[in-house]
Structure formats: C-alpha cells, structure tokens
Design a protein around this ligand. Structure first.
Ligand SMILES: [Fe+2]
Ligand SMILES: [Fe+2]
Length: 148
C-alpha cells in the first residue's frame, strides 16, 4: 500500500473524531468530558503528524525545497500543537470551547490542503515503489501487518 493511501485512511478516521469532539463541545457541560475527548484527538493527531514529518516530508524536500508547502504544513502542525496546549491549560469551559473550535477549523483546513495539494505532489514526485516502501514503514510504525 502506498503511504499516501495509508495517510488518507488515517484522515478518514480522524474526520470522525473531529465530529465526535465537535459534538462533545456542543452538547456537554462537563469540562472533564471535553478534556477527555480532546486528549483522544490530540494523541491520534500528533502521532499522525509525526508520521508525516518522519516519513513523507523528508522525501518530498529534495523536490519541493524546505520552503513552500512543506514549511506551511510544518507550521500548521506546530499551531495545532499549541492549540492543544492552550486547551489543556484552559479552565473556563466557554473559552475552552472556543479554543477547540479554532483547533478543529485549523486541523480540517490542514487536512484539506494535504489531500488536495501535498499528497497530489507526493504522487507526482515519488514513484509507486518509493510510496509503497514508505507504506511498509508506515505499517511498522502503526503495528499493521501487510502481506505483499
Ligand atoms: Fe499534517
Ligand atoms: Fe495529514
């Protein structure tokens, strides 16, 4: 499996978690519920971003350079980290809802850019064998068995 397909599959699952977190901030008046839902999304999103930064971005760098789309994607990963940190520190429930609303908006836009621009560039610049080898590395880091 190509790494880009693995990452798209992760996006699909994380979109479901974004909906879950949005439902929680809309429906729950218990700040602990909101912290709990946020922690689940944070764990998955951070490991997803790490996989992109460790496996995909370094392979694209020779083709795209350090600036441009890779710099934007890395900066957005940092901004998302900072919003999770702000959410962990926030003790006012309405302010917390607002931080999480911003986080969801940023993360959704980030995913859209990756799908529409970055992953398309990856398929353009990296050949099928490279993307498949990177897919094998993804499987190791996620403990998924691939038979090929
Ligand atoms: Fe990303
Ligand atoms: Fe992503």
């Amino acid at each position: 499996m190509k790494l880009t397909n693995a990452l798209l599959g992760e996006h699909a699952v994380i979109y479901e978690l974004f909906d879950y977190l949005r439902d929680t901030i809309l429906k729950s008046d218990d700040i602990q519920d909101i912290y709990g839902a946020t922690a689940v999304v944070e764990r998955l999103l951070l490991s997803h971003a790490q996989i992109e930064e460790n496996l995909l971005f370094p392979r694209l760098e020779p083709h795209l350079g350090q600036m441009g789309p890779l710099a934007v994607m890395r900066a957005e990963h940092r901004q998302i980290d900072e919003l999770f940190e702000a959410a962990r520190r926030e003790t006012d429930i309405d302010a917390l809802r607002s931080v999480i609303g911003n986080l969801l908006e940023l993360a959704f836009g980030h995913f859209q850019k990756e799908e529409q621009v970055l992953f398309a560039m990856a398929r353009q610049h990296l050949d099928e064998a490279t993307l498949t080898d990177l897919g094998d590395e993804w499987a190791v880091s996620r403990n998924v068995t691939i038979n090929r």
